[in-house]
Design a protein around this ligand. Structure first.
Ligand SMILES: [Zn+2]
Length: 315
């Protein structure tokens, strides 16, 4: 409770500063008595079994000492601490240090560590080798050759390449204003052409009532030719269709007078009704009808035979 139980003597007032400063004491108390030597007294617990180097007694893992802790160096940015302990069975001292590189403690002096570390090689595993330290001894000639090669590569390949890249970069970045204005000018021209094309397209779409989403083809020699071929093809198809329609009409017209085919034959003899042209057939029908109206007696009498077929009995 050293840090909490504070006794304020009657002659103390706040102008004296802190109580510790007034009493001439450190906040860590007696543990800081060797702080001027860089030593702090801490409680240290043995991380492994040792034999004391002075009395040769075995000291078990986990025995605690008031050790003098001192920073003795760095491994990269990690401090290396040493712990100096006095043997509780004799007056001898031993020293243990941290080993940040291998994340362990090592006995430096005054004792022997009992080797109980797990050894993978002894137990059928694979040893972890230090890849950093034991490199092959350097062959000075090979090293020289390597250095010369590297130098040659630098002067013959790397430097010219770098210079070329640099000059290209300078060329591109020498005058950003001019480059930018050139690009923008070009962009404006392209945009004007595009807008003109768009107007023409819109006009065509408006004229023919085409949907606005329809994209029209670029007008050039190939598309013009294609469009012309398409137009001719459609024309031919239309002509064919019309002629078909006309032929069908003709067949209809000539097939109607078959009722009176015998009579018709009297008027237009020696004509095959399928081969004569429709105007002739029409003319024949009109003449026949006229004749029938003017002379009702010339009308042939018709009756049906027992099969339902009409037969002409006589004139
Ligand atoms: Zn001892």
């Amino acid at each position: 409770m050293q840090g909490f139980n504070k006794y304020y003597p009657p002659d103390y007032d706040p102008s004296h500063g802190s109580l510790n400063a007034y009493r001439g004491k450190h906040a860590l108390g007696d543990r800081a008595r060797k702080l001027d030597q860089g030593i702090l007294i801490t409680r240290f617990e043995l991380p492994f079994n040792i034999w004391c180097g002075t009395c040769n007694n075995h000291i078990g893992m986990g025995v605690r000492y008031n050790a003098e802790k001192k920073k003795i160096g760095n491994y990269y940015s990690t401090p290396i601490f040493s712990f100096r302990c006095k043997c509780h069975l004799c007056d001898g001292w031993f020293e243990i240090q941290t080993d940040p590189k291998n994340t362990r403690y090592v006995v430096v002096s005054g004792a022997r560590q009992k080797d109980e570390d797990w050894n993978p090689e002894e137990n059928g595993g694979f040893a972890v080798h230090d890849t950093e330290g034991a490199a092959a001894p350097v062959d000075p000639l090979a090293a020289l050759e390597k250095t010369t090669d590297a130098q040659n590569h630098l002067t013959n390949v790397q430097a010219p390449r770098l210079e070329a890249l640099q000059s290209v970069s300078e060329q591109h970045n020498a005058d950003p204003y001019a480059l930018s204005s050139k690009v923008r000018k070009r962009f404006r021209e392209v945009k004007r052409v595009e807008q003109r094309k768009q107007r023409v397209d819109d006009h065509i779409k408006g004229r023919y009532g085409l949907p606005a989403s329809l994209s029209l083809l670029e007008e050039n020699e190939a598309t013009r030719k294609e469009a012309k071929e398409e137009w001719q093809r459609a024309q031919r198809a239309l002509a064919l269709e019309q002629s078909n329609k006309r032929r069908k009409l003709a067949v209809d017209v000539v097939s109607i007078p078959t009722l009176t085919s015998k009579h018709t034959r009297q008027i237009s003899t020696s004509h095959n009704p399928l081969t004569k042209n429709p105007i002739d057939s029409l003319r024949a029908r009109i003449l026949e009808n006229t004749a029938r109206q003017t002379n009702p007696f010339s009308r042939p009498r018709e009756t049906a035979n027992k099969d339902g077929n009409r037969v002409v009995l006589g004139k």
